[in-house]
Design a protein. Structure first.
Length: 435
């Protein structure tokens, strides 16, 4: 039999899921926060003259509900807060006469970042201006006498020393330890310091406590608040121990189609214009459908959350029950990735604060009795144990695991470490105090 006679014709069906551009954008819209959604919609209105935001949206922002439990701010208000640079310039002109050294101080201000640090080395600055290092060192010394204390520091050590030097309430040994034993102090080699100075280790503990009150960013108080305030997607009302959830649709950008302009252009007998009008209408319909779907998906998830986490809203302690995204996905018959996108950067306003929807999802831990509890409860017990421990003999992670086991939470030392780190609690060695 010849080769070509061995060939047979077969038909094979295969299914392949291809994400269209619009489907990808729909998923992205679901993932957007309210602020990002506004920017996205605003961009669409700029690209397409037939799509616009309803004027009532902007007037709605000033309604009373925006001033209750949350704020709305699109960064359109004038910022009247004085910058660190302006504050320093004012002090220079007030305190120093118009001399060459004042000019150098003003130039140095250009090298100060928003934290108040000098971000370029003094030797490099002197080289750039072809002047001696000593002249610039004199200028920096005067700059470092300005407020806020610590401004003009070239590193953390100098920043802390500058603050300590100007504080009459600083412990006697604070400046000496920061100047001469900084690394040993940071690495908690306090016995070595106490032997070298010499001093009582309790005095070093006092210095440590004092340094905790200093700031590594002296200019942070002058930072301008950038970005947008949180805009909740949902709001829960509590009346007579009953929960009512509503979607804050008035906070979402409502679209309108410029029908008059559409009809005007439609009178023109031009194929390109007709195609443009068709695409514009399709884009508008897709946007409206996508926004509606986004709102309904978030609302459905919110309704399930307040059902499963009713205790959080009704009890003073705001306890959380175990709840995973997979469970919600199964109940709502949605994909788990859809739930993840829908709760990302989405917020719910309550009478006692505004919370991200992610806050209500917790993993489960089995107690000794076989009862399932949320990991947040374990973390709370862990935090309380560390708060009330003997700071001269802080509890190790293994000891914490043993104590948690005694009250019914059977978790490993490794899990305790993970929870402790999530709570930003230092290790037992770092928590140890000498007084």
């Amino acid at each position: 039999m010849k080769f070509e006679q061995q060939l047979s014709q077969q038909q094979k069906q295969t299914q392949k899921l291809a994400l269209t551009q619009q489907l990808q954008q729909s998923l992205q819209v679901l993932n957007y926060s309210s602020e990002e959604l506004f920017e996205f919609i605003n961009q669409k209105t700029l690209e397409n003259p037939l799509i616009a935001l309803n004027d009532r949206y902007f007037s709605g922002l000033s309604q009373t509900h925006t001033a209750n439990t949350y704020e709305v701010n699109f960064g359109q208000l004038q910022d009247t807060k004085q910058s660190l640079f302006d504050f320093l310039v004012g002090q220079v002109h007030l305190n120093y006469r118009d001399t060459p050294i004042r000019k150098r101080i003003l130039r140095l201000l250009e090298y100060i970042d928003s934290n108040g640090w000098l971000v370029t080395s003094l030797s490099q600055i002197a080289t750039e201006h072809q002047e001696s290092y000593v002249e610039w060192l004199d200028a920096l010394t005067l700059l470092q006498q300005l407020d806020p204390p610590g401004v003009g520091a070239q590193n953390l050590q100098e920043c802390l020393m500058l603050q300590t030097e100007r504080d009459r309430q600083a412990p006697n040994l604070a400046y000496l330890i920061l100047e001469s034993y900084f690394m040993s102090f940071v690495e908690r080699k306090w016995e070595e310091i106490a032997t070298t100075i010499p001093c009582d280790i309790k005095e070093i503990q006092q210095v440590f406590d004092y340094v905790q009150t200093l700031t590594p960013k002296p200019g942070a108080a002058f930072e301008r608040e950038e970005g947008l305030m949180i805009i909740p997607d949902l709001e829960v009302i509590i009346e007579n121990n009953e929960l009512t959830l509503s979607s804050l649709r008035s906070m979402q950008p409502p679209l309108k189609f410029n029908q008059a302009y559409y009809e005007e252009l439609n009178q023109v007998n031009n194929q390109e214009i007709s195609q443009f009008l068709k695409q514009s209408r399709q884009t508008f319909d897709w946007l409206k459908q996508t926004l509606d779907h986004r709102e309904q998906t978030i609302l459905r998830i919110g309704e399930l959350i307040i059902q499963r986490q009713a205790d959080f809203f009704l009890k003073d302690a705001h306890p959380l029950n175990p709840l995973t995204m997979r469970e919600v996905a199964e109940v709502l018959e949605l994909h788990e990735s859809t739930i993840s996108r829908a709760v990302n950067k989405k917020y719910i306003a309550t009478p006692f604060g505004t919370y991200e929807l992610k806050h209500f999802f917790t993993t489960r831990v089995l107690t000794a009795s076989g009862e399932e509890i949320a990991t947040t409860q374990v973390k709370e017990h862990l935090k309380q144990m560390i708060t009330h421990e003997d700071k001269t003999k802080p509890l190790s992670d293994q000891k914490l695991a043993d104590l948690l086991s005694k009250v019914g939470f059977t978790i490993s030392r490794r899990t305790v470490t993970k929870y402790r780190e999530a709570l930003a609690i230092p290790t037992s060695k770092q928590r140890k105090r000498f007084s």
